[in-house]
Design a protein around this ligand. Structure first.
Ligand SMILES: Cc1ncc(COP(=O)(O)O)c(C=O)c1O
Length: 365
């Protein structure tokens, strides 16, 4: 289907910053700098500075960031890790793939882990908690860190959807042992293929990830420090991401403008819950603008038939996929919101007239 307003339009972003991206591309190609070169180091330095951590380690994906974080924390067989019931499946898969058990906890109205439910999920085997900052809005990290300190748990932040978000001025990805990032093309900082990173203040974790992403090898000495993986962020992707990172602060401002436009035009509709929350400590960067309608599928289908591309993640929560063999203890909020969610177009390439068209279609429903 050809949409009148696309959910995202990567070709349009390319047009917006073509000159800079082309320079980055030709620099890499002219020099043949493909693996672990200056562009990667530059991006890592700039990402760490942006997040406010000492280190950033570029990886192949957000999944790899979660996976290596858990390995760095020594989590494995027999351990339990608390994860939210409403997230992308990779959060839980990383836990399963290190041999540990994900223990799911319901989310609150802000789509993030319900901190009031965490204590009940803690057992003697619990070793870590992975709060997910969904859609550009942080989980309540003050509470998460308090609970973690009380029970001696490692905190790995799944910040894949929230680069630039903060709480009390402290950036997402700088609170836990690691912050995990995804640069999947449609993320707030998207590459031109897969990409990810860890941010951390812990030198041992940074060194571990730097070696393990390259089959365990220390690239200076050639020594293998363990059985590792091939999950390095490509130099070419790093070059592109470094260009886009420079634009991110003003792009976040633009996202907030669009969110304000949606809010002003849609907040009087009784059936529509908008993603504007009352916590002044947390700054939303609107990676996604996810509304809730009790008429979930009717609403999202209506939007599509009128030419507005929307996303309905996740109509079927991951724990209901049988093959994953996860425990469904009944998560009321996740169950309800999964029927109701609908993310409206939210990106830096959208024009005001397109936002207005989306508003018009929502109102006509
Ligand atoms: C919340 C969350 N966690 C983890 C991931 C995994 O990231 P990637 O697709 O880069 O592996 C994603 C992105 O898709 C995500 O949105």
């Amino acid at each position: 289907m050809v949409y009148k307003v696309k959910f995202v339009d990567p070709a349009k972003v390319y047009e917006m910053i073509k000159d800079e991206l082309d320079v980055a591309y030709f620099e890499v190609m002219d020099k043949g700098d493909l693996i672990d070169r200056g562009q990667l180091k530059s991006f890592e330095t700039n990402l760490a500075a942006f997040v406010g951590t000492k280190y950033a380690v570029g990886l192949n994906s957000g999944y790899d960031a979660l996976h290596l974080s858990l390995r760095a924390a020594g989590i494995g067989s027999g351990d339990e890790v608390i994860v939210p019931a409403h997230t992308f499946v990779a959060t839980a898969s990383a836990v399963v793939n290190v041999g540990a058990k994900p223990v799911l906890v319901d989310v609150g109205k802000d789509f993030n882990i319900d901190c009031g439910e965490i204590a009940a999920a803690i057992t003697l085997r619990t070793k870590a908690i992975i709060p997910v900052h969904l859609s550009g809005y942080m989980a309540d990290m003050v509470q998460v860190m308090e609970i973690a300190a009380k029970h001696d748990l490692v905190v790995v932040e799944d910040a894949c959807q929230s680069l630039g978000a903060s709480m009390m001025g402290k950036m997402a990805g700088s609170w836990g042992l690691t912050g995990c990032w995804s640069f999947y093309p449609f993320k707030i900082l998207g590459g031109y293929g897969d990409g990810g990173a860890i941010t951390t203040n812990n030198p041992d974790v940074a060194l571990f990830a730097t070696r393990m992403r390259y089959n365990g090898e220390d690239r200076d000495t050639g020594e293998y420090h363990g059985h590792g993986f091939t999950c390095l962020l490509d130099n070419l992707q790093a070059a592109f991401l470094d260009v886009k990172l420079r634009h991110l602060p003003k792009w976040i401002i633009r996202r907030k403008e669009i969110a304000a436009r949606y809010r002003a035009a849609l907040s009087d509709i009784p059936d529509l819950l908008l993603p504007h929350y009352r916590d002044p400590r947390r700054d939303h960067v609107y990676q996604n603008y996810t509304v809730r309608s009790k008429r979930g599928n009717d609403f999202s289908e209506f939007m599509k038939t009128r030419g507005v591309e929307v996303l309905t993640q996740f109509r079927k929560p991951y724990y209901r996929h049988e093959a994953l063999k996860l425990e469904d203890r009944g998560f009321p909020e996740t169950g309800t919101l999964s029927r109701e969610v609908c993310s409206l177009p939210m990106n830096v390439e959208i024009a005001d007239e397109e936002v207005d068209y989306v508003i018009e279609v929502v109102r006509s429903f």
